[in-house]
Design a protein around this ligand. Structure first.
Ligand code: SAH
Length: 259
């Protein structure tokens, strides 16, 4: 069944309105007509099965049934990604959204290879947002991950202090084997927190740029409260590390257990 995200103000208790590009897609591409059923989300976790009532220049549809939000993970995992070269961030956003990232927090760090261009920032964030929306629709999520503004290293350190668990992926200059593995770190943390009805934890997974983190950055992140963790005994590319780390975290959170 076709899925759409609509803005919260177009999503009433009984009726939803699909406008703009999505309306064009529904009407012209999918040839949606009155009586058709669609699945619509507000991008913030509410999803409903709706039945189309009007299909003219916009689509207006009645809510038939609210759907339980099974597609959202139990942990809110944000990938903090040091800006990579070219369009690699698009891959991180697309795959991270499919797998179940809660949000993305791009940031600047010392050994970044890309030249950060503040002027292009708004356009890039808009593009990443579009990729997140499309990936969320495609992977049947009820939430579109948020893309944060590009943070400075200082701002990232502040973010570390505000979450329940921050993990900095650190390959220690090619000696991944010497670091504590992400699975062990997460298992120890998970065993120590209050369980059962605890609200979903906010977890930050921090990935360095092509050139890696400097020792000083690793120390500063640790001082701010992050745990340094390894992702296995091979060196992963920056765009691979977040995807792998996210998958490990979801596995440890019980996401892959089934019902
Ligand atoms: N400094 C390295 C490459 C960095 S890899 C070099 O040039 O040899 C890019 C980022 O991916 C790292 O900063 C780290 O955050 C993450 N990463 C890659 N492989 C990793 C591993 N085995 N363990 C932990 N983090 C890893």
């Amino acid at each position: 069944m076709q899925r759409y995200f609509v803005a919260a103000d177009q999503f009433g208790e009984a009726e939803v309105r699909i406008t703009g590009e999505d309306a064009h897609h529904a009407l012209r591409v999918m040839r949606t007509k009155a009586g058709d059923k669609l699945i619509v989300s507000d991008g913030a976790g509410r999803t409903a099965l709706v039945c189309v009532r009007e299909a003219q220049s916009e689509v207006v549809a009645d809510v038939v049934e609210w759907l339980g939000g099974k597609s959202e993970p139990k942990w809110n995992i944000t990938i903090a990604q040091s800006l990579p070269k070219g369009d690699k961030m698009e891959l991180v956003v697309q795959k991270g959204t499919e797998i179940g990232a809660f949000a993305f927090a791009p940031f600047q760090s010392e050994r970044m290879i890309v030249q950060y261009d503040g002027k292009k920032e708004a356009k890039r964030i808009e593009r990443w947002g579009k990729i997140a929306k499309e990936a969320a629709e495609q992977s049947h999520r009820s939430r579109i991950p948020e893309i944060g503004a590009v943070r400075t290293w200082r701002e990232l350190l502040a973010l570390i202090g505000s979450v329940d668990l921050a993990l900095l992926c650190y390959e220690r200059e090619g000696h991944a084997a010497h670091g504590r593995g992400i699975a062990k770190a997460v298992r120890q943390w998970n065993a120590s927190r209050q369980h059962a009805d605890a609200p979903p934890p906010n977890v930050l997974l921090i990935v360095g740029p092509e050139g890696g983190f400097t020792e000083r950055e690793a120390e500063e992140a640790e001082a701010a409260g992050a745990l340094l963790v390894g992702l296995g005994n091979r060196i992963l590319r920056t765009e691979t590390a977040g995807i792998v780390g996210l998958t490990c975290l979801l596995y440890e959170s019980g996401e892959m257990e089934g019902e």
